[in-house]
Design a protein around this ligand. Structure first.
Ligand code: SAM
Length: 282
């Protein structure tokens, strides 16, 4: 039965009872830490800025608290949920509402570009921790990328995405992400906003597209170069890249771009990596 305006705010106790009724014992492997705090939900929806009739792709809708809030804001929603019991419950709960499509499947594999079928879309997700970097990586390499991502992530992952060069948290995923998106760490959220509470803090992150991004066919080769560069952080970058690029091309790039011969992967900014990639493609 299609219900409107009745789902949220669900109290924490209602969510726990719903999970019991569905026989869902929260699984660590599936990152099943369900949101039970209306304030955090409001912050996520405000950060997502849903527009009426705009399409939102939600990964891991779980009990559907974010899904309902997005529908109430007037969005169309496609939600991909791995857990068959939750997917079935969401289908039943939203039966008759043509604005929502529930897809049961693994968001690491589902062809989400076919699902959105050429439409412009945003992504909103309280991501399962184990697969968050795979899912972010899939969005980066997509032809039709989200026009905005609002993600609730493990704090360490959020800090990694938002890091700047010369930091321990700055790594290949940082560079690959920031080559395509501006990343803003909106807020740290404590474990108490979830049931069950995870061991660590989480954070809300928004990602908005950069004006000049790599063409889609270059995103993967760029990522491969960056991953190789970070594969052994203590080694000189030029040495690591020599397994994939010629010595003369690297020497030329290093002298054109004024890089230090001893530079390690974390010393280059995202723009440095983009310039290096362009130089090595010539
Ligand atoms: N959005 C809900 C919320 O905020 O309460 C649930 C978030 S919970 C952190 C993560 C959700 O992702 C769970 O419902 C879990 O079953 C689902 N999930 C885990 N792995 C998944 C995958 N590979 N593909 C799609 N959904 C997945």
């Amino acid at each position: 039965m299609h219900q409107t305006g009745t789902t949220w705010p669900m109290k924490a106790g209602d969510i726990i009872r719903l999970l019991e009724r569905l026989g869902v014992q929260p699984s660590r492997k599936l990152g099943q830490n369900f949101l039970i705090d209306p304030n955090t939900l409001r912050l996520i929806v405000a950060a997502a800025r849903p527009e009426p009739h705009e399409l939102i792709l939600e990964i891991g809708p779980g009990t559907g608290v974010m899904t309902s809030a997005l529908l109430e804001a007037g969005s169309d929603v496609i939600a991909i949920e791995f857990d068959a019991r939750l997917a079935a419950w969401l289908r039943e709960h939203h039966d008759g509402d043509s604005r929502i499509q529930i897809v049961e499947g693994d968001a690491c594999r589902v062809d989400f570009e076919s699902l959105v079928n050429g439409r412009s879309y945003r992504c909103v997700a309280n991501l399962p921790y184990a697969v968050s970097s795979i899912i972010v990586g899939r969005f980066l390499e997509a032809t039709n990328r989200p026009t905005r991502l609002t993600l609730l992530l493990q704090r360490e992952m959020a800090e990694r995405l938002a890091a700047t060069s010369n930091n321990k948290t700055y790594g290949a995923l940082t560079v690959r992400t920031q080559a395509m998106y501006k990343v803003k760490l909106e807020r740290i959220v404590p474990p108490t906003v979830f049931f069950p509470p995870p061991d660590i803090d989480s954070a809300i992150v928004t990602m908005t597209p950069n004006e000049q991004v790599l063409p889609t066919h270059e995103v993967k080769p760029f990522g491969d170069m960056v991953r190789l560069g970070f594969s052994q952080r203590r080694k000189r970058l030029v040495k690591l890249l020599s397994s994939a690029y010629s010595k003369s091309d690297l020497e030329l790039a290093w002298s054109e771009l004024g890089f230090d011969d001893g530079a390690r992967a974390e010393h280059l900014t995202v723009d440095d990596y983009l310039n290096l990639f362009r130089s090595l493609q010539r």
